[in-house]
Ligand binder design. Sequence first.
Ligand code: NAD
Length: 355
Amino acid sequence: MSDFADHEQVVFCSDDKSGLKAIIAIHNSNLGPALGGCRMWPYATEEDAVRDVLRLSRGMTYKSALANLKLGGGKSVVIGNPRTQKTPALLEALARAIECVNGRYIAAKDSGTCVADIKYMAQFTKHVAGIVDKPTDTGIRSGDPSPATAYGTFVGIKAAVKEKLGRDSLDGLKVAVQGIGNVGYDLAQQLHEAGARLWVADVYQEQLDRAATELGATVVAADEIFSLDVDVFSPCALGAILNDQTIPQLQAKVVAGASNNQLAEPRHGVALMERGILYAPDYVINAGGIIDVYQERIGFERETLIRHIDGIYDNLLEIFERARQEERPTGEVADAIAEERCTAPTASGQRADQS
Ligand code: NAD
């Protein structure tokens, strides 16, 4: 299978009693144990599930390497409908399967699983993460890394705006946010506080009303969000939204948002470059969440977390500069830097320690 990219280990797990059918993929553990979310999804075929877990685990290697974490890349997928098939027995069987991998893979929440599921699994395996409550300015937040992802995306937008528009301030910046869920809303709030003007789209009216009232955002229809006359387009909903249909519509000079797998195909990175649009590679700008989970593992300190997430700014500037010099798409340059880092454990390890 072409998605098999030198993965170190792929484990198929099943349990008749609970109905568990899962796959754990460890892509690369040069920098540390393979940490990644546990996704539950009603895949149409086992091949679809294999393809997803192979791609996602590889993405985690790149994400962690670029965020200077002593972590490798891994992911697990459970074949099934999280609304109807996610039982305590299934979560226990999954946790026991993860325990059998002996810490080479560490599970966190992903689509179809939640912090409560991972907390439950912690009774049966030590190898889970993203479950510890953490202090914030205003109180305590759960292990959910979304606020950290939103902050990292905010920092990344600042870097992209500096590179493309030569501006340090976001005051008056026009930003279109696609998807105002966990990450998108928090991001929109930070942009609003920084003086940006917002346009938002979502499929839930309640969230849109809230954004209009609390953040003064202009609500637009889901298919209008691409073509607005704005400075920044920030995808925070779906994957594959940078494609043949949407790229020609974009008026924004910067694409910088939290969604995973934004480019429908690698060639769309070239299409953005040719249109003079600066793309902040998704796994670089949305690394706040994995940084949060990593900091939890090594002993959470809020200031250290923030400093580490602030590093997304320099990471992106390095990618932008190299992309400019080499006249290559930013996503390709990010992949190249990630590959250099995850095959050079010592150098990256030192950077992780300093962060
Ligand atoms: P979420 O489900 O809370 O929010 C997504 C929002 O997008 C929802 O409000 C949904 O209604 C909206 N949406 C769905 N289809 C849409 C459409 N066609 N047009 C406009 N809006 C639409 O998810 P989230 O946790 O906020 O994550 C958002 C994105 O960021 C996802 O792609 C996710 O994979 C990625 N991401 C999240 C994290 C994290 O920490 N939560 C970390 C890394 C990457």
